[in-house]
Design a protein around this ligand. Structure first.
Ligand SMILES: *Cc1c(COP(=O)(O)O)cnc(C)c1O
Length: 358
């Protein structure tokens, strides 16, 4: 059976290494939340488990209302579309606007799902390198727009490099983008951002009909294992994204867990604050060692190692901390529990001594 050439050519999504059963290692590979679910969220999940013989609410109405209230700024349930993780939501957003052969401009290195979802919907990826400090090169991204471009992906903070897009550069960028090109602002790590100059997603959405926000419950809200994310879009586009979505795409447990998480927001945001202060502690310790790191605004830190990336990652593994290597480029390390972060800082000191290590 012939397979579509675009599918045959897809890069594989490389998941972070998992800790082998019985082994002692910290998993700093996948930007997960190191905290287990709150008791109130666990309770919502176990209560919902009693009803899984039934289909979930197809329209996830309670979740749409809760998300709309959470985002604020006049956003209503009509503007919110949920999906099975924000990667699925992103794919549905693109499916709503991209036709066969249309171009989608993206930063690179950035989130590794981008060059997968674009060809899946029939689009062509146009990758624009990030700057030497790991920032999105928005002027170059605007210049890469052609009459075939249907969408531009803007990842802020950028995974895996870390910096955000700032308001002034975003405004200058939007002035260059034609109004029929969709700008997808991927804010997967928005809760961790402390850069006061960050571009304001809800304000951008309110100001421009061609801006869509994409967010997730996987990172700050600690629900990576349940798969739930959402897009915020103007009504006509939101309807189109809904049409392109898998029916019943967010399962019953995930819907209830996400609503419970928004209800427990204050408690969860205290944990986010703890991760942010661990990030600050880690980055300061690393800078003291002499590292020049990009501005870390997500729950992760980026090291450039070029050709020696895999060697350096192996050194971390043998020290008991799993990290995420991007071969030939660098290593992303998630901010985890304090003892894991201490271990990583100790590994980084050995990295600085240079390899081979014995
Ligand atoms: C982790 C991440 C997501 C979220 O993925 P989910 O499918 O919601 O788990 C989206 N965008 C970026 C940039 C990410 O790093």
């Amino acid at each position: 059976m012939p397979v579509r050439p675009a599918i045959d050519a897809l890069p594989a999504y490389v998941p972070g290494a998992r800790v082998p059963a019985g082994a002692a290692a910290f998993k700093l590979t996948s930007n997960e939340n190191p905290y287990p679910p709150l008791p109130s969220v666990l309770m919502a999940i176990s209560d919902a488990a009693a009803d899984v013989n039934r289909y979930p609410d197809m329209f996830a109405l309670d979740l749409l209302d809760a998300v709309a209230e959470h985002v604020g700024g006049g956003v209503t349930a009509e503007n919110v579309v949920v999906g099975n993780g924000s990667v699925a939501v992103l794919q549905h957003v693109l499916a709503a606007v991209v036709s066969e052969g249309d171009e989608v401009v993206m930063p690179w290195r950035s989130f590794e799902a981008y060059p997968i979802v674009v060809p899946v919907v029939g689009g062509v990826s146009v990758q624009v390198p990030v700057t030497a400090t790991g920032r999105l090169d928005l002027p170059a991204m605007a210049a890469a727009i052609t009459p075939r471009t249907r969408a531009v992906l803007v990842c802020s903070p950028n995974n895996p490099t870390g910096p955000v897009v700032r308001q002034a550069e975003f405004d200058a960028f939007m002035a260059q983008v034609p109004s029929d090109v969709l700008v997808v602002l991927d804010e997967a790590y928005v809760e961790f951002v402390r850069d006061p100059e960050v571009a304001d997603g809800p304000a951008a959405y309110a100001a421009h009909a061609n801006v869509v926000l994409v967010r997730t419950f996987s990172k700050a809200y600690g629900l990576a294992g349940l798969r739930v994310g959402y897009a915020v879009a103007r009504p006509r586009l939101a309807r189109a994204i809904r049409s392109a979505s898998t029916p019943f795409g967010v399962n019953h447990l995930a819907q209830h867990a996400a609503v419970a998480s928004l209800n427990a927001q204050d408690e969860l945001l205290e944990r986010v604050e703890a991760v942010v202060s661990e990030r600050t502690r880690m980055v300061e310790a690393l800078r003291d060692q002499g590292w020049e790191l990009p501005d870390a605004q997500g729950n992760f830190v980026w090291f450039e190692f070029g050709e020696r990336t895999v060697e350096y990652a192996a050194e971390a593994t043998s020290a008991g901390v799993l990290v995420r290597p991007f071969a030939g480029e660098g290593i992303r390390v998630s901010v985890g529990e304090p003892v894991a972060n201490d271990l990583l800082v100790a590994v980084a000191a050995r990295w600085r001594e240079g390899l081979p290590l014995g």
